[in-house]
Design a protein around this ligand. Structure first.
Ligand SMILES: [Ca+2]
Ligand SMILES: [Ca+2]
Length: 122
């Protein structure tokens, strides 16, 4: 468990690297944010596997990535507030899909925005 609000920043460099989460990641306070970058071509994904769990005890869960968000069967996202899934952020390659095969529990409706998009409102 992370002691504070958790912000995980990956990617954005020259390589297209998927972020794969197969364990439990918990933000004890605040929001849990996972951000990947965007490069030309596939692979800038955020993947939560069947053993992966994201938990924001008192905040929201945000996933932002240049390509796909893949929540695989068995994965679980739990948030005290909202869950925001943003795929195709700052898109340059037309790739940006969202697949939800796992479970999501939140007190607000899940906001899922799939790209490609070039601009995004707050
Ligand atoms: Ca890409
Ligand atoms: Ca993309």
């Amino acid at each position: 468990m992370l002691p504070m609000a958790a912000t995980l920043l990956f990617g954005g460099a020259a390589l297209a690297v998927p972020i794969t989460i197969g364990t439990t990641v918990t933000a004890a306070t605040g929001d849990l944010t996972i951000t990947n970058g965007e490069t030309a071509g596939p692979g800038d994904d955020v993947i939560v596997t069947g053993t992966g769990k994201l938990n924001a005890v008192s905040g929201s869960v945000f996933i932002n990535t240049g390509d796909d968000v893949d929540l695989q069967a068995g994965s679980a996202i739990t948030a005290a507030n909202a869950v925001h899934l943003n795929a195709g952020v700052s898109d340059v390659d037309g790739i940006g899909d969202i697949t939800i095969a796992g479970s999501i529990q939140a007190s607000s409706p899940v906001a899922a925005v799939a790209g490609p998009v070039t601009t995004r409102s707050p």
